[in-house]
Ligand binder design. Structure first.
Ligand SMILES: Nc1nc2c(ncn2[C@@H]2O[C@H](COP(=O)(O)OP(=O)(O)OP(=O)(O)O)[C@@H](O)[C@H]2O)c(=O)[nH]1
Length: 290
């Protein structure tokens, strides 16, 4: 959550101490005897979206496996974290930039768009406003980012993770309640659409005041997203920075796509990010309703 400033690049032979110097500066400590050569393949991923959609939490969940609950401290300017992931047996270093969602930092973050190879664009599924602003974000991306930048749309704060939602009546059969709680907004609507008219999910009273009613919130999770995806063709997932759902999958899919692009011989078939995330999502949610 630091202010952007001068960019400094550490260069020098392997083993001279570049990483240790950086760790000493960042964390104020020296880690003895832990030399591991910094991986040669690396990509820059940028997190974008309105203030409060959960970008910082999303990054910290991925980096440290922890959720930052409680007081919300808006990011100032831009902050970054590194994480190495293994893709098909190869170490890939992701440098992830967490940007401030607040309007007043927009000119600062624009300066970084061009250096990003992938963009994770987040909205908060409980905030219609944050979804409505996605088109404006996509317009900015087309203006400032590289033409071939990888984009993924993420609907963060899935329904059940904070207990914001409750059914308007006890569902029948009773196991459906657990199924609904374990669902994304999209699957909730699919379940509710299957002959269970008259039952809706409601946010807890007083939860938010920037959305015009609960129907609107759920609709953005289906019609709005489908239309947007048809128009822009970007891959989409619902995620939870709180429970960790799909957080790692989002970064892994991006890393896989970038790695394939970087080293792919022309005659090899192109990696299909849409198909990859659909197959992985199915794997992780296959038992939710059994
Ligand atoms: N329930 C729930 N709350 C979340 C989730 N992700 C973030 N939050 C909460 O949402 C609030 C905002 O999260 P941040 O990660 O700071 O939001 P941000 O997008 O980084 O905001 P800016 O830094 O202003 O751009 C915090 O109070 C978090 O605890 C999530 O997946 N589920």
């Amino acid at each position: 959550m630091s202010c952007p400033g001068v960019r400094t690049i550490l260069v020098g032979d392997s083993g001279v101490g570049k990483t240790s110097l950086l760790v000493q500066f960042d964390q104020g400590k020296f880690i003895p005897g832990s030399f591991s050569a910094t991986v040669g393949i690396g990509f820059t991923v940028m997190l974008l979206g309105d203030s409060g959609v959960g970008k910082t939490c999303f990054l910290l969940q991925f980096k440290d496996g922890a959720f930052l609950s409680g007081t919300f401290i808006a990011t100032v300017g831009i902050d970054f974290r590194n994480k190495v992931v293994v893709v098909d047996g190869v170490k890939v270093k992701l440098q992830i930039w967490d940007t401030a969602g607040q309007e007043r930092f927009r000119s600062v973050t624009h300066a970084y768009y061009r250096d990003a190879q992938a963009l994770l664009l987040l909205y908060d599924i409980t905030s219609k406003m944050s979804f409505d602003n996605i088109r404006a974000w996509l317009t900015e991306i087309h203006e400032y980012a590289q033409k071939d930048v990888v984009i993924m749309l993420l609907g963060n704060k899935i329904l059940h993770d904070a207990g914001y939602w409750m059914p308007s009546r006890v569902p029948e059969p009773p196991w459906l309640l657990d199924a609904l709680r374990a669902s994304t907004a999209v699957t909730c609507l699919q379940i509710l659409g299957q002959g269970r008219e008259g039952m809706t999910l409601k946010p807890r009273p007083g939860y938010r005041d920037d959305s015009e009613g609960q129907e609107g919130i759920l609709v953005i999770a289906t019609d709005g997203v489908v239309l947007l995806l048809q128009e822009y063709g970007v891959p989409f997932m619902e995620t939870s920075a709180k429970t960790g759902m799909n957080v790692e999958l989002a970064f892994l899919a991006i890393a896989k796509e970038l790695k394939q692009r970087a080293g792919q011989p022309l005659d090899e078939p192109h990696f299909q990010i849409h198909e990859y995330i659909e197959s992985q999502k199915k794997k992780s949610s296959c038992c939710a309703f059994s």
